[in-house]
Design a protein around this ligand. Structure first.
Ligand code: PMP
Length: 451
């Protein structure tokens, strides 16, 4: 049932496309030959994760034909990924010639189109060219990278920082470098994929605890303490698909009790939380208690890239051993300039963050009032939990047609049976635009039977 948590099923009533009340039912997708079963035979099948071809003579590429899920969705007009955006004004984008309200970005401060940011990026591109054409390690370090590192370290109150070309690379580099054979890394079950993959690259052991469950973290830390070697707990500050905030005070308390280091991924919280926008560690007054902070530039900083900050000896070690950074090209000049400009605006205009939170409250309460389940979110990330994948895709499609862009998220990115639309607000959304989006959510939600 799609709405387990509230005891409602969007499939109640007619199984046809439109029932007698005039509602279009998501079950229409099944009527037309696309079955939820094709996604639910077993738990692996509930996702777009790779299928494998078995047997001694299996052709390596057979798995590509076996995985027909994307084609099935496309045939029914429900394929929701890789949607080309033809133009953007930030809060509004153009798709297939039509304007859509953007509720599916990570552009929290709305700085991607700020004229000051654009001007800095353009000016730097002219001065330094369009790319570094080499890794930071050799020919790719610019004075711009170093200035940005100084300013980022100051923001998160650490001795030093190191800038990478993506946030994903930060987590791969930090974890593969620091977690040696005898060491243990302890992660929240809903930590971001880049943390999971960093753990896969690491030589040591990975242990997981239930999402934000401190009793379970304690259990896992006890287990970890039986192993030799160092320990580190790694958590997201704001969880990207849930929109809830990590219980950092208790993570820090437990980590200290068991002698473990703490790393916080502030991808969704930097620029968003804390008195100066430094993130969740600042929000809880725990900057001195967190050993490593990572952040990305692909959200509030309106660009691409990421950084890690901490004690100099630790960051220097990562700098000279982190393979995903050493063997990949440096962040291009215009991207560095964009981030620097955003950082300057973040400092000068705290009212942007305040507006972001006003918008987050407005959208969250509006969505809840319409009868949707948003889970325990407490941030500008507001999930609309639907449950079944097909229902989610159907709702997503109807919303897009009606003028609102959202992101459908399915397992394994979220737990089984909690497929959802991920929405998020920007500081630059006007109340008028958000009200229009809510109106559409209400109309479409009723039409497809999810409220
Ligand atoms: N950590 C978290 C929590 C994220 O959500 C993301 C990306 N969405 C990353 C790391 C990776 O960041 P990037 O997109 O800069 O590679």
């Amino acid at each position: 049932m799609a709405f387990d948590s509230r005891g409602k099923s969007p499939r109640a009533g007619s199984a046809r496309g439109a029932d007698t009340t005039g509602k279009t039912n998501p079950g229409a997708a099944e009527e037309n030959g696309l079955s939820e079963n094709s996604f639910s035979d077993d738990s692996d099948n509930q996702s777009f994760s790779p299928v494998s071809s078995n047997g001694p003579r299996a052709d390596l590429f057979d798995k590509c034909d076996l995985d027909t899920r994307a084609d099935e969705l496309a045939a029914r007009g429900l394929y929701p990924f890789f949607i080309p955006i033809e133009g953007s004004e930030g809060t509004v984008v153009r798709i297939e010639g039509e304007k859509k309200i953007m509720l599916g970005s990570n552009n929290y401060l709305g700085l991607t189109h700020d004229p000051r940011v654009l001007a800095r990026a353009e000016e730097v591109a002219r001065r330094y060219g369009t790319g570094c054409t080499g890794s930071r390690f050799l020919n790719g370090t610019l004075d711009l990278h170093e200035r940005l590192e100084t300013d980022l370290a100051a923001l998160v109150r650490k001795e030093t920082a190191l800038v990478f070309s993506t946030g994903f690379q930060v987590n791969l580099s930090v974890l593969s470098t620091l977690i040696g054979r005898n060491d243990t890394v302890i992660i929240d079950k809903l930590d971001h994929a880049s943390i999971v993959d960093g753990c896969r690259l690491a030589a040591g052991e990975t242990l997981r605890f239930r999402h934000n469950d401190m009793a379970d973290l304690e259990r896992v830390l006890k287990k970890a303490s039986e192993r030799p070697g160092g320990k580190m707990v790694v958590v997201d500050g704001i969880f990207s698909m849930e929109g809830d905030v990590c219980d950092l005070p208790n993570v820090v308390r437990l980590a200290k009790q068991f002698g473990a280091k703490v790393m916080v991924d502030e991808a969704h919280s930097i620029g968003v939380m804390g008195k100066t926008g430094a993130g969740v560690a600042e929000h809880f007054g725990l900057q001195a208690d967190v050993d490593l902070v990572m952040g990305t530039f692909s959200k509030s900083f309106a660009s691409i890239g990421g950084f890690v900050a901490g004690d100099r000896r630790v960051v220097d070690f990562i700098k000279h051993n982190g393979r995903p950074m050493i063997f990949s090209a440096a962040l291009p000049p215009y991207a560095v300039a964009t981030v620097q400009a955003c950082l300057d605006i973040l400092k000068a205009e705290p009212e942007r963050r305040e507006q972001l939170w006003r918008n987050a409250d407005y959208l969250k309460h509006g969505i809840q009032r319409l009868g949707f389940d948003t889970g325990p979110c407490d941030s500008p990330v507001i999930p609309v939990i639907i449950g079944r994948m097909l229902d989610t895709f159907y709702f997503w499609k109807e919303l897009l047609k009606a003028g609102v862009f959202t992101n459908p998220v399915i397992p394994p990115a979220v737990p089984e049976n909690t497929a959802r639309l991920r929405t998020s607000v920007m500081a630059t959304h006007t109340e008028e635009l958000l009200a229009e989006a809510l109106e559409i959510f209400g109309q479409v939600g009723k039409k497809v039977g999810v409220i």
